[in-house]
Design a binder for this molecule. Structure first.
Ligand SMILES: Nc1ncnc2c1ncn2[C@@H]1O[C@H](COP(=O)(O)OP(=O)(O)OP(=O)(O)O)[C@@H](O)[C@H]1O
Ligand SMILES: O=C(O)C1=C[C@@H](O)[C@@H](O)[C@H](O)C1
Ligand SMILES: [Mg+2]
Length: 168
């Protein structure tokens, strides 16, 4: 098995929730890239976006993920949903492990997400969840080594499906 497992997908698909349990099951380290960004910046994600704008946030996300890719060994890495806008970081992450795309249909995601801004989601002016979804899906598909569809699955079932799909 390649050494890291990198979870990508829309906000709220469960990269952080499932990632930490996956790490425990595999005996891997767990890294939440969003927390690395917050620690490096000493600010909340939503404050970085409010103060530096989306471009500024993506620069911080790019740097933090390149750092994570350089340091992580046998780790499950829960990325932020917007990491797929950071081409350089994605190249680094891809080089260190398997990219697992957690896929969820729009309607289920819409029900699950109630406070997008509070999460610090990278939303352009006037963009709604539908617009974000349509813009992001091709990017997640482009970078995915493995796609796991979690429709109608709970956290445990999603976890099980990821483990089954991981390449040796
Ligand atoms: N099958 C499932 N897999 C993962 N999470 C699920 C599932 N069903 C429901 N959930 C819930 O969905 C939420 C996922 O939130 P989480 O913060 O883990 O997403 P995330 O992908 O890390 O988002 P972000 O990009 O904002 O960091 C949690 O509240 C979790 O309990
Ligand atoms: O999908 C997004 O645009 C993001 C979601 C947040 O949880 C963070 O991962 C980050 O602020 C970006
Ligand atoms: Mg998360």
């Amino acid at each position: 098995m390649k050494r890291n497992i990198v979870l990508i997908g829309m906000p709220g698909v469960g990269k952080s929730t499932v990632g930490v349990i996956l790490a425990k099951v595999l005996g891997y380290q767990f890294i939440d890239a969003d927390l690395v960004i917050q620690e490096r910046e000493n600010r909340l994600l939503r404050d970085i976006i409010a103060q530096d704008g989306l471009e500024g946030f993506l620069k911080a996300e790019e740097k933090a993920n390149i750092q994570v890719a350089g340091e992580a060994k046998k780790a499950v890495i829960a990325t932020g949903g917007s990491v797929v806008y950071c081409e350089q970081a994605m190249r680094h992450l891809s080089g260190t492990g398997q990219i697992v795309y957690l896929k969820l249909d729009y309607d289920t995601l819409d029900k699950r997400l109630c406070n997008l801004k509070g999460r610090g989601v990278v939303l352009k002016d006037g963009q709604d969840l539908r617009g974000l979804y349509d813009e992001r899906i091709p990017l997640y598909e482009k970078y995915a080594d493995i796609t796991v569809d979690e429709k109608n699955l709970d956290v445990e079932e999603t976890l099980q499906k990821i483990v089954e799909r991981l390449k040796q």
